[in-house]
Design a protein around this ligand. Structure first.
Ligand code: FMN
Length: 180
């Protein structure tokens, strides 16, 4: 699929079919994450692939009941990815912790590759880290940056609105509108 089509079509998927994710597809997605850019090429990310229903339930219990992705993590998706990162394996500048960016970029590459393979994902950041840590026995040295369900979407979710170009892009200096 053409890259821009993937970018346009990707959605946060919260309803999944029961069909399993083929191993070779899963490895392709993880490869997309593995080759992502990072601070000093330190590659602080680690991924845990969860298929065990009990662990998925524990991960879902780390999410508030009104998190719209809770059922996707606990029941609907055949797999859940746990995105971990070691802050000491990245850098910081002016109080900006780049491990979050490193891990986020790797996950986004994975998510775009997933869409190309017909699979759905959803960023989940609204969860209690301690509970998720216990569920997957993640060492204290690593932060859990996000979770994502992974599987075949039940349907393509509708498009969420985005800000206009004028709201987010300036020319030369802050606030100057850009002319195309
Ligand atoms: C950092 C981050 C955290 C998010 N956390 C959650 C979450 O906890 N639960 C959820 O259902 N969606 C979560 N989302 C998904 C957003 O709600 C979604 O990306 C946004 O509404 C735009 O929709 P789209 O991804 O379908 O384009 C998160 C997205 C990002 C980038």
């Amino acid at each position: 699929m053409e890259l821009f089509k993937v970018l346009e079509e990707r959605r946060s998927v919260r309803k999944y079919k029961e069909d399993p994710v083929p191993g070779e597809k899963l490895m392709k997605l993880l490869e997309a994450a593995r080759i992502s850019p990072s601070w000093s090429n330190l590659q602080c990310w680690r991924f845990i692939v969860v298929s065990d229903p009990e662990i998925k339930k524990k991960l879902a219990s780390s999410m508030p009941d009104n998190n719209p992705a809770k059922k996707a993590v606990g029941e609907r998706a055949p797999l859940v990815l746990v995105l971990c990162a070691d802050p000491t394996e990245s850098g910081d500048q002016d109080n900006k912790d780049y491990y979050l960016l490193d891990a986020g970029l790797a996950m986004q590459q994975l998510m775009l590759a997933a869409h190309e393979e017909g699979l759905g994902t959803c960023w989940v950041a609204w969860f209690d880290e301690k509970t998720a840590r216990e569920a997957c026995k993640v060492p204290e040295q690593y932060r859990i940056v996000a979770l994502s369900p992974l599987g075949y979407p039940e349907k393509q979710p509708s498009t969420r609105p985005r800000k206009s170009m004028d709201d987010i892009v300036f020319s030369e200096k802050w606030g100057n509108p850009i002319k195309f």
